[in-house]
Design a protein around this ligand. Structure first.
Ligand code: IPE
Ligand code: IPE
Ligand code: MG
Ligand code: MG
Ligand code: MG
Length: 274
């Protein structure tokens, strides 16, 4: 489904009424090779009840990727994580300039929210997700070199990373024919997946292969970032990852419908090398 998502996202940006420079900047980051985890999840949740992928769900799933890319462009800026490499390429502020990166991020945030607001049910969830994401990013910078508790760390991660993965589950389930109880279960699954996704990201920063990951590694400690490594050993972290994924997969398997595709996708995420 990556191809359909890529095509859809590109067409959204191509149709924006902004300068060629801003358009090429947004397209540069959008087409730099992101995994498309969030839109894939939204589509796979939607498909569990055998629904055909149509333009509407593709549009909402793509909007989540616009917001995600915006958050990465801003995350890499000198005032936040000060990173030069993302998705195997120079970060946007390095390839273009800082002003273009800030403004391209602004545009992608706004466009993503505008699209998700076309649906009354998704409108509030999407703005809450962006609020939580930005709040989490802000706390992440405030926590640098601080002594924080595991609870504080967890709530920061639930914002900066959990919010959009939760939104992906919400988009798929609100449009996919689920009842309230199932939507709540899927929402919780999104929060859990967000947390374990960030745990893997923190782990990759330590043990990952820079050539595969496509970003500069071993920088979290250098910048005094708060990560799972502060609270657990590598062995414990691997066990934590196993436990979270087992629970996520069990919950998904318990849903009525065809869960094979999403379960296989989630299992691949468990051992991700990028
Ligand atoms: C990176 O997200 C930032 C985190 C939330 C850890 P992804 O690992 O999904 O990044 P891309 O989209 O594939 O580049
Ligand atoms: C997640 O945290 C970033 C966002 C949610 C925007 P990181 O700062 O650890 O992500 P990477 O490692 O730069 O991709
Ligand atoms: Mg960061
Ligand atoms: Mg970062
Ligand atoms: Mg990281």
């Amino acid at each position: 489904m990556k191809k359909e998502i890529d095509k859809y996202i590109n067409s959204i940006i191509e149709n924006m009424k902004v300068s060629d420079r801003l358009k090429s900047a947004m397209l540069y980051s959008i087409n730099a090779g992101g995994k498309r985890v969030r839109p894939e999840i939204a589509l796979l949740v939607y498909k569990i009840r055998n629904r055909e992928i149509d333009d509407k769900i593709l549009r909402y799933a793509s909007a989540i990727e616009l917001i995600h890319t915006a958050s990465l462009i801003h995350d890499d800026l000198p005032g936040i994580d000060n990173d030069n490499i993302r998705r195997h390429k120079a970060t946007l502020h390095k390839a273009f300039d800082e002003a273009t990166a800030i403004l391209s991020g602004d545009l992608l945030f706004v466009k993503g929210l505008e699209i998700l607001s076309e649906n009354d049910k998704l409108k509030t969830m999407a703005s809450l997700a962006v609020e939580n994401l930005i709040n989490g990013e802000s706390i992440d910078t405030q926590f640098e070199n601080c002594d924080i508790s595991k609870g504080e760390w967890e709530s920061m991660v639930k914002g900066k990373t959990g919010a959009l993965i939760k939104l992906a589950f919400e988009v798929g389930s609100c449009l996919g024919g689920y009842n309230e109880e199932e939507i709540n279960m899927l929402r919780q699954t999104g929060i859990d997946l967000g947390l374990v996704f960030q745990i893997s990201d923190d782990l990759l920063d330590i043990i990952g292969n820079e050539k595969l990951v496509g970003k500069r590694l071993k920088k979290d400690r250098q910048y005094g970032k708060q990560t799972i490594l502060k609270f657990h050993s590598l062995q414990e972290i691997n066990n934590i990852i196993e436990c979270y994924f087992k629970e996520i997969v069990d919950n998904l398997r318990n849903l009525d419908g065809n869960t094979l595709e999403i379960v296989n996708y989630i299992i691949l995420l468990k051992d991700r090398k990028l």
